[in-house]
Write a protein that binds this ligand. Structure first.
Ligand code: AMP
Ligand code: MG
Length: 337
């Protein structure tokens, strides 16, 4: 199949939407990362998404709506707290897990009786949903296990020949996937995957916000998880990633002892002056690090890095999302200095 590159012009968005309503799959920009979109109500189209990504069948897809008012058409009930959160955070990078109805096929929800619902704010994704006349299931548009795509070129690299089209909408603003939450009770949200809607932000609305323990620690084989995605290896480039928790100074001394031919160091921006070994930087603030992380992981592969020591990010605020992605990319290999 030839994969065509579309622009964000109205005729091209109409083309993308007609691919989706016709049962094909398309790479689409969102404010988090690029998604691989299919008609969420069409099991055959959704199967193509799993096949193109090589995604395990039990890892559910998030369903994207043009407006939260559509949520009632795809769920059996919506908790009051979800409605209040929607007022505050939709459209935006927040996914809420709700009980699904029969309009969402089991293949979309990975066999669960719940569905993750999100209202994206990116105007391109929003317009494609509107024009398609349906709701769009879209996981990140990477090959399963590889870093998520934050540019149309990343999607092309992973999906060329496997999907109908990619829409170029520029770089993703946030750079990490949405915050995924479920509800423990009427007043408590549980973060299943951290993102740019932080625990602190959720606490402006929820009485309590629990951080699921699988966010920062490895899930043992056979252990029951709240979100199937927690079980799988994720975000990993070909290079062997190792996280190093250290001050800038200690990281520099660590580099002196661990430099070698195929080794790169991933530094905070601002720490690179006179750094004598091969390195890249990934921003300084947590927001910058979220924005750059996945593209740097891809660039490290392109540069031929075999081993990468990353100065660990903060795990505060948006940093928790960056930390969560990196510790998975590192297969939980962390050196603490
Ligand atoms: P991705 O599609 O790559 O953005 O990943 C979606 C993430 O959301 C995965 O980690 C899923 O496990 C999680 N997710 C989606 N739907 C549900 C659901 N119904 N229940 C729990 N987690 C979900
Ligand atoms: Mg993904």
């Amino acid at each position: 199949m030839e994969t065509i590159l579309l622009s964000s012009s109205e005729p091209d968005l109409a083309k993308a939407a007609s691919f989706i309503s016709g049962g094909e799959i398309v790479g689409i920009p969102t404010e988090t990362v690029y998604g691989l979109g299919a008609d969420a109500t069409d099991p055959e189209a959704v199967r193509k998404v799993f096949a193109a990504k090589g995604r395990p069948a039990d890892n559910p897809l998030i369903v994207h709506l043009a407006d939260f008012s559509q949520a009632k058409d795809y769920t059996t009930s919506i908790p009051e707290l979800a409605k209040v959160l929607a007022e505050r955070f939709c459209p935006g990078p927040l996914t809420m897990v709700l009980p699904k109805n029969d309009r969402i096929p089991m293949v979309t929800s990975g066999g669960l009786d719940t569905v993750g619902i999100r209202v994206p704010s990116h105007p391109v994704m929003h317009r494609i949903i509107e024009l398609s006349g349906t709701v769009i299931a879209a996981p990140s548009a990477n090959t399963s296990g590889y870093p998520s795509p934050t540019a149309a070129s990343h999607v092309m690299r992973d999906m060329n020949g496997k999907i109908a089209a990619v829409v170029d909408g520029g770089e993703s603003k946030f750079g990490v996937e949405s915050t995924v939450i479920s509800f423990d009770d009427d007043h408590t949200a549980r973060i299943l995957r951290p993102g740019c809607v932080t625990r602190e932000m959720l606490l402006e609305v929820c009485r309590d916000v629990v951080i699921d323990k699988a966010i920062l620690s490895e899930v043992a084989a056979g252990e029951k998880v709240s979100s199937p995605g927690m079980k799988y290896k994720h975000y990993s480039p070909k290079a062997h990633i190792i996280m190093v928790e250290a001050s800038a100074e200690d990281f520099r001394s660590f580099a002196d002892e661990h430099c070698s031919d195929g080794t790169y160091f991933l530094l905070y921006t601002g720490d690179e002056e006179d750094f004598p070994y091969k390195y890249m930087t990934y921003g300084r603030t947590s927001e910058e690090q979220a924005h750059y992380l996945f593209s740097r992981l891809r660039e490290l592969d392109e540069a031929g890095a075999e081993r990468v020591y990353v100065r660990a990010p903060s795990s505060e605020g948006v940093g928790l999302a960056v930390y969560n992605r990196l510790i998975r990319a590192a297969g939980f290999e962390v050196i603490r200095i």
